[in-house]
Design a protein around this ligand. Structure first.
Ligand code: HSE
Length: 309
């Protein structure tokens, strides 16, 4: 029996639409992500557990875990019967890479169970493909960090899909999921098909400057350059009082603020724990829309997917 945990992640990281992603872990050590337990069995079974299992489709064949199992079996050309337990701890449509958590945990678990028939690049390509099925287009900014950990730059070069890049270890990332759902494919569909030259230049400047600031260890510059000119202007309307929250949180002292993935989770950054706690409190009181919403103060999780037990 194999049990795998795959962490939640922040897609885009504000400045790198579809090409930057960061795995996260709450500073109190809670594991924020999905768990998949798998073993060989006579016939295929899938049991959904966890706080958000009620959000999963009733039809097993619509469950991404089932789709991953089917795809993996076809790729390795084996008819495989397994029993899977999915512990769905991540809310669906939260902007925290919920589908990526299930995809990464399932495919890694399957690969482990069969003594690693696929290498990490083949596995990542499959993860991207499965993610594409859910969101309408392939993007690696959640699956890559959930798999490999840390801050990931998606290259999609002919040889190399992704690489880990440095991050500031003293940054606290405060994430707040308001308790409502935003569909990733809908949030992608509202984006323009084309951008002006001015926006393209701005985006290149912010992103290249951010990467430069990471490598040259300039945290303040990096934080200032985390500007989203691609998605944020169009997605704010999907989020509850986003602009008011942004203004307030910057006033409290955050050095950066943005939408996590396609939202509605938002993230803010500070290197000061008491500011992080103030932000967390404000978000709990003002950004959460219901009892299921949550706020966590996180670090980036360097490890990524792991075996449990
Ligand atoms: N990069 C993707 C998007 C992430 O923003 O649409 C989705 O979580």
């Amino acid at each position: 029996m194999i049990k795998i945990y795959a962490p939640a992640s922040i897609g885009n990281v504000g400045v790198g639409f579809d090409i930057l992603g960061a795995a996260i872990i709450p500073i109190d050590g809670t594991l924020l992500g999905d768990f998949v337990t798998i073993k060989l069995s006579k016939k295929f079974t899938l049991v959904n557990k966890g706080i958000f299992s009620n959000q999963l489709p009733a039809d097993t064949e619509q469950n991404i875990v089932w789709k991953c199992w089917l795809r993996f079996s076809r790729v390795i050309k084996k008819n495989i019967s397994v029993s899977i337990v999915l512990e769905k701890n991540m809310p669906i449509g939260s902007g925290l890479g919920s589908s990526a958590c299930s995809i990464v945990a399932t495919l890694v678990a399957m690969n482990e169970l069969f003594n690693k028939p696929l290498n990490s690049k083949e596995l990542l390509l499959l993860m991207g493909e499965m993610e594409g099925e859910i969101s309408g287009s392939i993007h690696y900014d959640n699956v890559a960090p959930s798999y490999f950990g840390g801050l990931q730059l998606i290259l999609e070069d002919s040889e190399i899909i992704n690489q880990k890049i440095p991050h500031f270890k003293n940054w606290f990332w405060i994430i707040a999921w308001p308790g409502i759902k935003v569909s990733t494919s809908a949030a992608r569909n509202i984006l323009p098909k084309k951008y002006t030259k001015e926006i393209c230049i701005k985006n290149s400047r912010y992103l290249s400057g951010f990467i430069h600031a990471l490598y040259s260890q300039q945290p303040d510059l990096a934080a200032r350059l985390m500007q989203d000119v691609i998605a944020e202007p169009y997605r704010t309307k999907l989020l509850p009082n986003f602009l008011q929250a942004k203004e307030k949180i910057k006033k409290i002292g955050a050095i950066s603020f943005g939408i996590s993935g396609s939202g509605p989770t938002i993230f803010s950054i500070t290197d000061n724990i008491s500011i992080a706690q103030k932000i967390s409190l404000w978000l709990k009181k003002n950004y959460l829309q219901n009892q299921t919403g949550f706020v966590h103060i996180c670090f980036l999780d360097s490890q990524g997917v792991r075996k449990i037990g």
